[in-house]
Design a protein around this ligand. Structure first.
Ligand SMILES: Cc1cc2nc3c(=O)[nH]c(=O)nc-3n(C[C@H](O)[C@H](O)[C@H](O)COP(=O)(O)OP(=O)(O)OC[C@H]3O[C@@H](n4cnc5c(N)ncnc54)[C@H](O)[C@@H]3O)c2cc1C
Length: 526
């Protein structure tokens, strides 16, 4: 058995932030299911929103966030996070994150502006901000004597008082699979934090890395936490569609510079959907592509910029040009096959402003959580900011908490299970789930499609739970069990919303209601 003061599950920006704020006085264990740097945080391109310029203001950042959130943001959470944005960036700068400089600007840094922001307020490190941040913080973490990093450890389930037959509702750590040794390890901790990211892999197409399988959301739910706003799934309109690549974004700047969306026969379709055509907002473009794909039974549509001079394309989009060329697509000569793809999970485990969940000593920070900042639609570049601000607040809460003695914790009992003889069941169910979510719980929803998805999910869930009880757990089985659980939470939340708001669009209820209400699922409804 391993023991820590604080156990952190996940090594993205949320987990790293917490670890570094605690390590001076606490023994921290940081488990992560792949490498230290693998997670959405490392792939973030654009940057981090923060009020740094004196011409900008906290009030305006809050207002932009509330507008994007379509009436569902928690104003208190939004204010708290935005008010602490400068402090969070100062901390990263002090740690040595190499943000892009601009000596002509009074802040000394180059700030960009993104859709929905009324000011230039996105601090960035060229077009690879996430990688610059996680590699800088990652070095500090590896060098810290109080932080034990366990790579290739996947958390399976939280150890709660209920599991131990104790009074109350408290978390005491986690059972995790050490993938290298193929052994289940008991990890006991006085405080546990879920920093396991989002759930993009629930869908067939996503910009998220393979780690985004909703593990923390499912584990927290099973442990008795409430889950909020799970129906709000943000799609990016144009992800490259190619069998040999995944998660590659075709930046919105390609449309900004004149890229035209076409059907396979070359017909332009955006003007039929919106007068702004290709320059319509993200959600409108994603919905139009989805409509055309479903109407014509297509696997993808095409984004064509090839009519522009080759030099212009290479100069403006060097990475996209190079990446597509490697796959045999010369974007100066031919259109790019694209599909919309899931980008961000707005909902998650309900927490307060210290990241605390409904279970004592259990915290959730980052994309796994729902503080209310994102409401019904996330404002670009607010998510990394949330990891930083709530991560620090969680650390302060943990540092102020009274010490406890850990109770005896039994080891994982797998004496009743055998080796799985048919891996194909897992891969088949994995594909079936992601396809069903894509087809029935995508950008445009109807009651009928949602009900169809729910009945399939419940069948899959039965089969997977049966499998889980009888066979040794593997990485894929753990993830599949969590994916199915998360999918069910998304569908149930979507069924509860009888309107269209933000990222949730229902053909049965196309209008937005006057009354605003979060969708909160209670664990007692299991
Ligand atoms: C392509 C892309 C571009 C983006 N660009 C931006 C941007 O410019 N600005 C912005 O603000 N946001 C951006 N986002 C969103 C942002 O990156 C994420 O919301 C944020 O990084 C989430 O951080 P996190 O720490 O919560 O999770 P992650 O960074 O995803 O980290 C999750 C960690 O948990 C681990 N983990 C998961 N399950 C388990 C388990 N069962 N056991 C052990 N470990 C586990 C993973 O391996 C990983 O280490 C982007 C996202 C993507 C995908």
């Amino acid at each position: 058995m391993l023991k820590f003061d604080v156990l952190i599950i996940g090594s993205g920006l949320a987990g790293m932030t917490l670890a570094l704020h605690l390590a001076a006085t606490r023994k921290v264990g940081l488990i992560t299911k792949r490498d230290l740097l693998e997670g959405s945080s490392t792939y973030a391109q654009g940057g981090i929103a923060a009020v740094l310029d004196t011409e900008d203001s906290v009030e305006e950042h809050i207002r932009d966030t509330l507008i994007a959130g379509a009436g569902l943001c928690n104003e208190e959470a939004t204010r708290f996070i935005v008010e602490h944005s400068k402090e969070a960036i100062d901390w990263l700068i002090a740690l040595g994150v190499p943000f892009t400089r601009d000596d002509t600007h009074k802040t000394g840094y180059h700030l960009t502006r993104e859709g929905g922001h009324s000011h230039r307020r996105i601090i960035h490190a060229a077009d690879a901000t996430g990688a610059a941040v996680t590699s800088t913080l990652g070095q500090k973490i590896k060098a810290h004597p109080n932080i034990t990093v366990l790579e290739d450890f996947i958390a399976i389930d939280l150890i709660t008082s209920r599991k131990l037959g104790l009074e109350g509702k408290r978390c005491y750590g986690v059972y995790a699979l050490d993938k290298t040794l193929d052994q289940i390890v008991t990890i006991a901790a006085k405080h546990t934090m879920l920093a396991s990211g989002g759930a993009g892999k629930v869908y067939l197409y996503t910009t998220n890395p393979d780690t985004a399988t909703g593990d923390g959301i499912a584990m927290g739910w099973r442990a008795g936490c409430r889950v909020g706003n799970m129906e709000f799934i943000q799609f990016h309109p144009t992800c490259l569609y190619h069998p040999h690549t995944k998660s590659f974004l075709i930046s919105e700047a390609v449309r900004g510079e004149g890229g035209i969306l076409k059907l396979p026969d070359g017909t332009r379709f955006m003007p039929d959907h919106d007068p702004r055509a290709e320059l319509a907002p993200r959600d409108v473009v994603a919905r139009a592509i989805d409509f055309e794909m479903k109407k014509h039974g297509l696997d993808c549509v095409y984004l064509d910029i090839s009519y522009k001079p080759a030099n212009f394309i290479k100069e403006h989009f060097p990475n996209i040009y190079a990446h597509c060329l490697e796959l045999g697509i010369d974007i100066t000569q031919e259109p790019i096959p694209v599909v919309p793809a899931v980008h961000f999970t707005c909902g998650g485990l309900v927490t307060d402003l210290t990241g605390h969940t409904d279970v004592d000593a259990l915290y959730a920070v980052g994309e796994v959580a729902c503080t209310g900042l994102h409401g019904a639609n996330r404002l670009a570049s607010n998510s990394l900011l949330e990891c930083l601000v709530i991560g620090k607040a969680a650390a302060e809460d943990i540092l102020a908490a009274p010490d406890i003695t850990l109770p005896p914790i039994p080891d994982w009992d797998d004496s009743q299970v055998t080796d799985n003889d048919e891996e194909v069941v897992i891969s088949h169910n994995w594909d079936e789930l992601r396809r069903a979510m894509w087809d029935y719980v995508g950008i445009v929803r109807t009651n009928k499609r949602l009900m169809r998805a729910l009945s399939r999910i419940r069948l899959l869930s039965e089969e997977i739970n049966d499998y889980y009880s009888n066979f040794h757990v593997t990485n894929d089985l753990i993830e599949l069990r969590n994916l199915v659980q998360t999918a069910e939470l998304i569908v149930r939340s979507a069924l509860l919303r009888k309107e269209s708001r933000g990222l949730h669009y229902s053909r049965d209820y196309p209008d937005m209601l006057e009354e605003t209400q979060e969708t909160i699922l209670q664990p007692s409804q299991h």
